[in-house]
Each structure stands twice: as C-alpha cells, then as structure tokens.
Ligand binder design. Sequence first.
Ligand SMILES: C[S@@+](CC[C@H](N)C(=O)[O-])C[C@H]1O[C@@H](n2cnc3c(N)ncnc32)[C@H](O)[C@@H]1O
Length: 246
Amino acid sequence: MQVKQESIFKDIPELRWVETKSEDSKRSIKSYVLRTSYLKSFQLEAVKKYYATYGIPFERKTLDYKEVYGNDNPLIIEIGFGMGTATERIAKERNQFNYLGLEVFLSGFTKLLDRVGTEQLDNVRLMRFDAVEVLNAMIPDNSVAGFHIFFPDPWPKKRQQKRRLIQVPFATLLASKLVKGGYIYCATDWEEYAYQMIEVFDQVPSLENKFKGFCPPVTWRDTTKFEQKGLDKSHPINEVWVEKRI
Ligand SMILES: C[S@@+](CC[C@H](N)C(=O)[O-])C[C@H]1O[C@@H](n2cnc3c(N)ncnc32)[C@H](O)[C@@H]1O
C-alpha cells in the first residue's frame, strides 16, 4: 500500500519544507523540481522510528560535528543522494568518515533513513533540505573533508542549463567549506556536463585537478540508480576529482 507524503508531515512538520524563501522569493539555483512522493508503510515507519536519531532539521545555526556524531572523524557531505544506495555502501566501507546526506526527494530520503536506521549506521546523518541553503547556514568554512555529487540533474536543454548545480558560484561555495586537501568528487553520464565540471572547477583558484581531466573510477562507489539509467542508454560515465590546495 502507498500513501501520500502528507501523513509524514503530520508527525514531523519540519520535513514539509525543503527551502526557505529568500526575500525576493527566489532560490539561488533551482537545481531540483519537487514532486509529490507516494510512500510505502516501511518509509512512514522509518521516519517515526529513526528520524529523531539520524535526521537533522534545517536551522540557521552552524552544526557542531562532535555533538552530532560523537567523535572527531572527518566529514563527507553527499549532495543529492537519490535512493542512497551508494551512500549506504560508502558509509559502511569507509567508516573512518562521518557522512551528511542532503536530499530533497522525500521517497529517497525515507528509503535511506530506513537503511541507516535498520543497519544502525551511526556515522550517517540525513537532511531533507536544499543543499545550497544547508551549506550557507549550517556548515562552517574549512571544515569538510569531501563532497560527493553523483549524477547531479543534467538539465540537458540549453534554456535549463542555468539550473545545473556545478557552476562557478556553487563550486566556490563548496571550496570555501573544504579543509585544505579536502576533495570534491563528481560523476555524470552527461558528457557535455562532465566537460562543464572540469571547466568550472578550473575557474576556482583554490581547487586543483591533479588528473588534468577526468579521474579513473574509484573502487568504493556503487552504481547508482541514475548511473544505471545512463548506462542503459550507452552514455559514457565520466568522473571528476578535484582537491583544495590552499
Ligand atoms: C539525478 S538525481 C541523482 C541521484 C543519485 N545521486 C543517483 O546517482 O542515483 C539528482 C538528485 O539530486 C537532488 N538534488 C538536486 N538539487 C538538490 C539540492 N539543491 N539539494 C538537495 N538535493 C538536490 C534531486 O532531488 C535528485 O534526487
């Protein structure tokens, strides 16, 4: 049985909002479209059982990582985790890091919340909120060990391309949040967007692309749902890894 998302909002009202309206009622980048999610009973249960432990509400207050995770391990932020399959595997395999997953899509958010709660992945926390706002309001500068951005929406039509996440202002924001030596790791099946990523990161002076182009695939990333969709259409998968040098 599937139910509309509203039943979750009755239990946890803060999950209803994924953005605050700025004064001119505009988002900085309209990188997502919100669709109504229909949820299965295990997803509703997951919110009731696990949100208090593994969910973080949006606040205009910087996050105290030690308080949240109970340790000083370095933090990786994943933006747009979708169904969260890669997130779960990476959090288990590379458990020397803490993870903060950001996703506005409620069905994916509740699916990963279920996995994280069931598996008691204590190095993971999840937020249902616009990543740009979270970074600006809650993440201190020079504090993040890495960003994962897997298959961001490609917005393929020319007139939509301003909605792509990877543009110079956003890349500059990511760089400002990284510690020295921290990384941004992106993957895409949209070739022209892959070249845009290289060009964008090249324009941020604090970032260095040691590969001078695309990077070889890492061994620890699972094939994601959107990656599989791309592979089914024979799209090439390109990956980009840059690091903060200063
Ligand atoms: C194309 S999907 C890829 C999902 C997943 N990473 C994968 O590879 O299957 C992009 C995801 O990014 C999310 N997203 C886009 N902009 C976002 C933002 N500003 N904040 C949080 N999530 C965002 C969307 O909701 C969507 O689920």
